[in-house]
Design a protein around this ligand. Structure first.
Ligand SMILES: CC(C)(COP(=O)(O)OP(=O)(O)OC[C@H]1O[C@@H](n2cnc3c(N)ncnc32)[C@H](O)[C@@H]1OP(=O)(O)O)[C@@H](O)C(=O)NCCC(=O)NCCS
Length: 202
């Protein structure tokens, strides 16, 4: 049985959401179709290919990468070693270990008790097969079970119906819409309360 000091220490750690997310992670965070892991240097080829892909950039409202691979690699090495202050980036792998995309918990805000999530499955062979939903469910479960955060939110382009359906299937609901830099975004959220209710049903 944990003594009161242990409980206090655990609670204090959980209040620092980024520390709690990192501490609770083993080598992998397992879902039923995917496993999530820390980003590593060998992801660089796929990430370069995906960020240079015009269709993926359009779906993500991001600019198409124009850097040479050599310059991108230098930035990548620096980014891999950077101590992230409020971001928790992860690679998405199939259970067999194939790197198919990335997801991130970012804008982690302990004061507001919320964080944003993002996902990109770069390998088209894995679209529409439930890998996105399993990734989001796995990431959200990890966030709510290891931190005290009360709300997870995300944004997606208003015409990206696949993404919206995927997020709705994971329990996210629309709460707002806005134009940012010329793009029409839809904002969706999942509260801890709603997440808990969903888990009670399953
Ligand atoms: C968006 C993304 C994460 C979704 O992951 P995924 O594995 O493809 O999605 P899932 O299979 O889990 O769910 C997709 C759902 O959308 C549905 N769908 C697919 N195309 C659709 C469309 N044009 N309109 C409505 N629903 C659609 C699927 O039928 C499925 O719903 P169902 O499981 O109830 O049948 C992934 O496709 C992706 O990363 N795409 C490229 C980048 C991108 O869109 N980025 C923006 C993310 S905000």
């Amino acid at each position: 049985m944990p003594d009161s000091h242990d409980t206090e220490t655990t609670q204090r750690k959980r209040r620092d959401a980024l520390a709690a997310l990192k501490a609770a992670r083993g080598k992998y965070i397992f879902g039923s179709k995917v496993r999530l892991r820390r980003k590593k240097l060998t992801d660089v080829r796929n990430d370069y290919t995906w960020q240079s892909d015009p269709e993926l950039a359009r779906l993500d409202a991001a600019p198409v990468l124009k850097l040479s691979f050599a310059v991108y690699l230098l930035d990548y090495i620096e980014a891999i070693h950077r101590r992230e202050r409020n971001r928790f980036p992860l690679a998405i792998e199939t259970l067999k270990g194939e790197h198919i995309g990335n997801c991130t918990c970012y804008a982690i805000d302990d004061r507001k008790s919320e964080a944003q999530v993002g996902i990109m499955i770069g390998d088209r062979d894995y679209w529409d097969k439930g890998y996105g939903a399993d990734t989001i469910n796995t990431l959200v479960d990890h966030i709510f079970s290891s931190t005290l955060l009360n709300r997870v939110y995300l944004k997606t382009l208003d015409w990206n119906l696949r993404a919206q359906k995927c997020f709705r299937n994971c329990g996210f609901v629309r709460y707002s819409a806005a134009n940012r830099n010329g793009y029409n975004f839809l904002f969706m959220e999942l509260s801890r309360e709603r997440w808990q209710k969903k888990h009670k049903k399953t």
